[in-house]
Structure formats: C-alpha cells, structure tokens
Write a protein that binds this ligand. Structure first.
Ligand code: 5AD
Length: 337
C-alpha cells in the first residue's frame, strides 16, 4: 500500500466521524494486518516504584503531590511474584517507574539481571537518565526503552513542566537509538495548551525520530495535578489518532493503553481495531497499585484474562513471538510473523 497519509493530514483526520471514520480505521486495521497479521504483542508491566523527581503539571506522580504513599518494591518480592505464574500469552515485560535513579540502580538493574536468561523480552520506562545508566540497563538485559515526548513543541513542553527540556528528551531518544536500543515514544492527545499547530509539530517530530514504536494517550484530568478541570480527550478522537499513527508509520509498534478504557466504553478493543498492536497486562502487586497514580485513583487495571478478552473482541490473537524477538528478527531481515 502506498503511504498517501501525511503528518499534515493528521489533525484533520482526528475529527472524522461516521462512514469516513469507519473507513479510516478499517484502513489502519488492514495496514496493521498486512505487516503484523492480526497478532498483538502482550507485555506485562511492573510499576517498580513511584518516587519521581519530576513535577509534570499533568501527572499525579509529580514530586509535589504529597497525597501519595511513595514506594519502592523489593527485587525479591517482584521476582517471586513473577515466577509464581505469568499469563501464558505474555512474551515481554516492562519495568516502569517515576524518574527515580535509586529505583533504577537498586530495583531495575538487579531484577533485569535475574530475568535475563528467561523467555521474556525486557523493556524499561524509567525516564531520562545518565548515559552510563542506559548502558547498565542494556548490559542487564533490556532491549526496549519507552521515552515519551508528550508534546513536540518546546514552549508547550516547558509550560506543562514535562521532564527537563524537549531538547534533552530528544537528545536522549537519539542517543538510545544510536546505542542499540529499540525506542518507543509518544504524546498526550488533548494536553492543556495543545493547539492544532502544536499537534502537527508533535506528529512531524515523532515521525522523524528513530522509533520502533509510538503511542497516543488520551489526556485524563487528574485530581492531584495542575489541570483537574481541563476536559479529557474524547475516545473517538483518540482512536482516530491511533489509526493515524498506524497509517503514518505502518511498521511501528502502537500500544492500546488502559486510559482508552477510561476514555470510554470498549476503548481498548477498539484501539486494537484501529491498528494498535501491543497490549499491556498489569502485574504490579495489588498493594502498590493505588499509589501508582498517573491520572486518577480509579485506574483501569488490565489483567491477563481481561487482555485476552479484549484481543479476541478485536478479532486479533496474541503473538506467540515476543516483541523484542520480533524486532530483532526484523532487523536481521527475516520477519517471523
Ligand atoms: N493524561 C494522560 N496521560 C498521562 N500520562 C501522565 N499523565 C497523564 C494524563 N493526565 C501518561 C504520559 C506518561 C504516561 C506514564 O502516562 O504519557 O508518559
């Protein structure tokens, strides 16, 4: 299929409705199917700690939020819980935390070392770190780094107090990709202050970055953030954005995110229908979950069973080949799916 869809048309496509919207999403679904089959990668996530040195205006884990119990899980506890039984469909694991160098050093690195020989592909989402920390994480066995830009406009990035500066974030993404990481980024749709121009800039930037994956999260107004009254992004717009990302970069990994279920009924399966190809099972111990608060206290927790139901509802199947394995094989020239 020729790629006739451009970053320029992206914001226009967000407002599609009715038949046009249906056709647009179907095109994205077919595009996903042409490259990945109807296969969805299933990755587990463990939110290993919720300390954060950043103060992002939109995020409830920001350091100024005194209402959270801050935690760091123990490596032994996480490891034992993982070994006690993982959903069979799960091929990859993502370790996620606020920006917390202690959690990197004391939890992520030793845990990755322990998991290195297992069947799991290993991803991390740990924020902007020193170059030597990225190297240590990679030596410990991780291949895939998630580092979101959130917005591609430097002034907007500063206004919402996203981590560091946009320039630093971009430098980190480029450094990671150049040093062998598979990198995924993403943005928040409907972030306060986002104009059409800024959205266009963001999409253009994400297109040009050396990424294997890209996400769109609908903005959710969090009670303990700077924007509790700002309207949430609509589910329909978000799903159009998923389809747009797929058509812009057919080969990228595009996740369905749990916030899509918060944004509206059936959001998760519908994101898979609109071209997403990664689903996430939450494996954070139940006692810690309420404190891993990104937007609201009532998060949509996705269990293994629930994920399988959503994948089936979307007419898809879990991929038996892991995400990291698949990407490495594609790089070597043989696509196994
Ligand atoms: N709405 C939507 N997504 C948010 N994130 C943080 N705060 C919000 C919010 N209010 C997302 C960002 C971040 C991820 C962990 O959660 O994309 O990278």
């Amino acid at each position: 299929m020729g790629n006739v869809f451009h970053a320029e048309s992206f914001s226009h496509s967000l407002n599609l409705s009715g038949h046009e919207q249906e056709a647009f999403r179907r095109q994205a679904e077919e595009c996903r199917n042409a490259l990945f089959g109807n296969k969805v990668f299933v990755r587990g996530v463990v939110e290993i700690a919720n300390f954060c040195r950043e103060n992002c205006g939109y995020c409830a884990m920001r350091r100024d939020n005194r209402g959270l119990n801050r935690y760091r899980l123990s490596v032994d506890d996480i490891y034992e819980e993982l070994m006690a039984g993982l959903p069979e469909c799960l091929t990859d694991l993502n370790l996620q935390a606020g920006e917390d160098p202690i959690a990197v050093r004391e939890i992520a690195v030793p845990l990755l070392h322990r998991l290195k020989g297992s069947r799991l592909g290993l991803s991390v989402c740990l924020g902007t770190l020193r170059h030597e920390d990225y190297a240590t994480l990679r030596e410990a066995g991780a291949d895939y780094y998630v580092l979101k830009v959130e917005t591609g406009n430097a002034a907007h990035y500063r206004d919402v107090a996203a981590p560091g500066t946009l320039e630093e974030r971009l430098a980190a993404i480029r450094h990671l990709a150049a040093s062998g990481w598979k990198v995924s980024s993403g943005f928040i749709l409907g972030l306060p202050g986002q104009t059409n121009e800024i959205l266009k800039e963001t999409i253009g930037l994400l297109e040009a970055l050396p990424l294997v994956g890209c996400s769109v999260s609908p903005f959710i107004p969090g009670e303990d953030t700077r924007f509790p009254k700002h309207p949430a992004a609509s589910l329909e717009t978000t799903l159009n954005a998923v389809a747009g990302l797929r058509l812009l970069s057919p080969r990228r990994i595009i996740p369905a995110v749990s916030a899509m279920n918060l944004a509206g009924e059936g959001g998760y399966a519908r994101a898979l229908r609109a071209g997403a190809n990664l689903a996430t099972v939450n494996l954070t111990p139940e006692s810690a979950r309420p404190d891993y608060q990104i937007y609201r206290r009532d998060r949509a927790i996705m269990t293994g069973k629930r994920i399988l139901q959503e994948i089936e509802k979307a007419g898809c199947e879990p991929s038996s080949v892991g995400l990291c394995d698949w990407l490495c094989a594609r790089e070597r020239g043989g696509s196994p799916v």
